[in-house]
Design a protein around this ligand. Structure first.
Ligand SMILES: [Zn+2]
Length: 69
Protein backbone atom coordinates (compact mmCIF):
# COMPACT_ATOMS: atom_id res chain seq x y z
CA UNK A 1 0.00 0.00 0.00
CA UNK A 2 1.19 3.42 -0.85
CA UNK A 3 0.19 6.35 1.25
CA UNK A 4 0.56 10.01 0.49
CA UNK A 5 0.30 12.51 3.27
CA UNK A 6 0.75 16.19 3.84
CA UNK A 7 2.97 17.28 6.68
CA UNK A 8 1.46 20.75 6.58
CA UNK A 9 -2.23 20.11 7.14
CA UNK A 10 -2.53 16.40 7.86
CA UNK A 11 -4.16 15.51 4.55
CA UNK A 12 -3.62 11.92 3.55
CA UNK A 13 -4.65 9.58 0.77
CA UNK A 14 -3.78 5.97 0.17
CA UNK A 15 -4.07 3.34 -2.48
CA UNK A 16 -6.70 0.66 -2.05
CA UNK A 17 -9.09 -1.62 -3.89
CA UNK A 18 -10.57 1.29 -5.80
CA UNK A 19 -7.69 3.69 -5.62
CA UNK A 20 -4.84 3.05 -7.98
CA UNK A 21 -1.40 4.56 -7.91
CA UNK A 22 -2.57 6.91 -10.66
CA UNK A 23 -5.52 8.03 -8.54
CA UNK A 24 -3.14 8.66 -5.67
CA UNK A 25 -0.89 10.77 -7.85
CA UNK A 26 -3.89 12.71 -9.09
CA UNK A 27 -5.05 13.31 -5.53
CA UNK A 28 -1.58 14.54 -4.61
CA UNK A 29 -1.59 16.94 -7.53
CA UNK A 30 -5.08 18.16 -6.68
CA UNK A 31 -4.01 18.83 -3.10
CA UNK A 32 -0.96 20.71 -4.32
CA UNK A 33 -3.04 22.78 -6.71
CA UNK A 34 -5.69 23.54 -4.10
CA UNK A 35 -3.44 24.31 -1.17
CA UNK A 36 0.07 24.80 -2.44
CA UNK A 37 1.22 22.03 -0.13
CA UNK A 38 3.43 19.23 -1.37
CA UNK A 39 2.22 15.81 -0.20
CA UNK A 40 4.84 13.22 0.66
CA UNK A 41 4.55 9.72 -0.73
CA UNK A 42 5.49 6.70 1.33
CA UNK A 43 5.12 2.95 1.10
CA UNK A 44 4.91 2.56 4.81
CA UNK A 45 1.65 1.56 6.41
CA UNK A 46 1.94 4.25 9.01
CA UNK A 47 3.14 7.52 7.51
CA UNK A 48 4.83 8.79 10.58
CA UNK A 49 8.36 9.89 10.97
CA UNK A 50 10.34 7.45 12.98
CA UNK A 51 11.42 8.92 16.27
CA UNK A 52 15.03 9.81 16.40
CA UNK A 53 17.23 7.72 18.55
CA UNK A 54 16.07 7.86 22.11
CA UNK A 55 17.44 10.64 24.16
CA UNK A 56 20.96 9.72 24.94
CA UNK A 57 21.45 8.88 28.53
CA UNK A 58 24.61 10.01 30.19
CA UNK A 59 27.32 7.39 30.12
CA UNK A 60 28.63 8.52 33.42
CA UNK A 61 27.97 5.96 36.06
CA UNK A 62 26.82 7.39 39.28
CA UNK A 63 28.50 5.70 42.18
CA UNK A 64 27.08 6.34 45.57
CA UNK A 65 29.71 7.45 47.96
CA UNK A 66 29.61 5.80 51.29
CA UNK A 67 30.81 7.89 54.10
CA UNK A 68 31.88 6.69 57.45
CA UNK A 69 31.33 8.92 60.37
ZN1 LIG B 1 -1.86 20.00 2.93
Amino acid sequence: MTTAYCAVCGWSHETGPETTRSDLNRAMIDHHVETGHTPIETDEATPRAKPATAAAEPDVEWTPVEREF
